[in-house]
Design a protein around this ligand. Structure first.
Ligand code: FKS
Ligand code: ZN
Length: 343
């Protein structure tokens, strides 16, 4: 299996984040991607290649144009306003207030385009975001050209990014853009299977009214866990998309038995939908020692996830999402991929 990875992710570094009541170094840090890349090479998964540059024409079918323009311009505008360091939102539109973009205040704009304080910007963020997007499209192109599977080692991640909002370390929804690429290149139906610990609220929001992209999410129950405000089992899609969105919220403390039962149910829905391509939003923050998560998968479980997905027999694109136990992130993420290959 080929891995597409861009060293340009390192520009997105030195970020801080608001963690309950303190500003801390961001958990979503460069070493995550470096360690996964090293593990890919250590196990001989296959070649690691850099992405080809892509324009934003596919992304502009997924994200609002003003949002993409914002992502590219926010940091220069932050500096122009006399600010420095990490650009972080601290005020957001909520119930009962106006929902129009503050035209001249970068502090207002950065809040308007975010659902939390978790998507922050430094000088190199946009370049990293764009290269992560390029990795997803380059890897999708490999699968579309006939490779059984490919791995987009994306950093930053994407599944919390909606059509016009950032959050949870996410800016461009890499998996969603890849799904649109498959749809633009012959696929009639595409499935996104999100196995990250956190609900892919952005991915759900993007495709909620669409029947051509099935979205399945296994995640911590939003009643108990971030991102809280989406991801319940009764969210099944709207309009033409009714019946093509499936959530499997699971209780804190879930281990392999409960998690794998949900995976089996999700795989049955994939088989019934019979997509032309499968995209896996691959987060490994389901790991028992993940510092910000509360599931209890073990490193020996990850190859089993890959093997179960392989049994679907579909052209498969793996897109990296979360995982913060940096010591084991390579073993766990690449474990899914070797498990897929060996089935
Ligand atoms: N006190 C805990 C606060 C939680 N803060 C935000 C967590 C973001 C999770 C991001 C992710 O893992 O879902 C992604 F895949 F997008 F990277
Ligand atoms: Zn996550």
């Amino acid at each position: 299996m080929k891995t597409v990875f861009s060293p340009r992710h390192v520009g997105h570094s030195g970020n801080v984040e608001l963690d309950t009541n303190a500003i801390v170094a961001a958990y979503e840090k460069p070493s995550r991607a470096q360690i996964i890349r090293e593990r890919v090479e250590a196990v001989g998964l296959g070649p690691v290649i850099e992405p080809n540059a892509h324009d934003l024409s596919t992304a502009r079918k997924i994200h609002a144009h003003d949002y993409l323009d914002f992502l590219e311009s926010v940091y220069p505008q932050w500096l122009a306003a006399g600010h420095s360091g990490t650009a972080m939102p601290y005020v957001w539109p909520t119930r009962g207030v106006r929902a129009d973009v503050p035209p001249t205040s970068i502090e207002g704009r950065i809040g308007y385009y975010a659902f939390d304080a978790g998507a922050t910007f430094v000088a190199g963020t946009w370049d990293a975001v764009k290269s992560s997007h390029d990795s997803a499209l380059s890897a999708a192109r490999l699968v579309q050209a006939g490779e059984r599977a490919a791995f987009a080692l994306c950093r930053p991640p994407g599944h919390h990014a909606g059509s016009n909002f950032a959050g949870g370390y996410c800016y461009i929804n890499n998996a969603a853009v890849a799904a649109q690429f498959f749809r633009d290149n012959g696929a009639k139906r595409v499935t996104i299977l999100d196995v990250d610990y956190h609900h892919g609220n952005g991915t759900q929001q993007i495709f909620y009214a669409r029947a051509d992209v099935q979205v399945l999410n296994l995640h911590a129950d939003p009643l108990q866990e971030y991102p809280y405000f989406l991801g319940h089992a009764d969210e099944t899609g709207s309009g033409a998309g009714e019946g093509f969105n499936h959530n499997f919220p699971l209780p804190l403390g879930t281990a392999w038995e409960g998690w794998s039962a949900a995976l089996d149910s999700a795989c049955d829905l994939v088989a019934a939908y019979a997509p032309d391509a499968l995209i896996v939003s691959l987060g490994v923050d389901t790991f028992e020692r993940d510092p910000i998560s509360k599931f209890r998968l073990t490193s020996s479980d990850y190859p089993k996830i890959g093997a179960r997905i392989a049994r679907l027999g579909l052209p498969t694109l793996f897109v990296m999402e979360g995982g913060y136990a940096v010591e084991e992130i390579g073993i766990n993420a690449v474990g899914v991929l070797t498990g897929f290959e060996q089935d």
